[in-house]
Design a protein around this ligand. Structure first.
Ligand SMILES: [Zn+2]
Length: 100
């Protein structure tokens, strides 16, 4: 199980997650496209894009217990739960900012 990050910073364009050993900047559009809530997963299975491209902004992030983050987007979508493990995996797919 992935431990909670040291800190989080929410901006319209990205979520910055600081882990003990790395910092990941996760673009809002990427997070929106990777939403794992049931309707988004169903849409993806039907071959429909989950998000409307890069126009979506991140508007809020709330901790869910000690294991995840619930993100709200400017398109009104706010049901996506992002477990720390998932955020960590997502960050590993993107280039890291080191020495931050
Ligand atoms: Zn969703």
């Amino acid at each position: 199980m992935t431990a909670a990050p040291r800190s989080l910073a929410v901006s319209p364009s990205a979520l910055v997650v600081r882990w003990d050993d790395a910092t990941a900047t996760l673009p809002a559009a990427t997070l929106r496209a990777c939403c794992r809530c049931a309707p988004c997963q169903a849409a993806r299975l039907r071959g429909q894009p989950a998000a409307e491209g890069s126009a979506v902004d991140l508007v809020d992030a709330q901790a869910v217990g000690h294991y995840a983050l619930q993100l709200a987007f400017s398109d009104g979508h706010e049901r996506g739960i992002y477990p720390w493990t998932f955020l960590r995996e997502l960050g590993d797919l993107l280039p890291y900012e080191t020495g931050v």
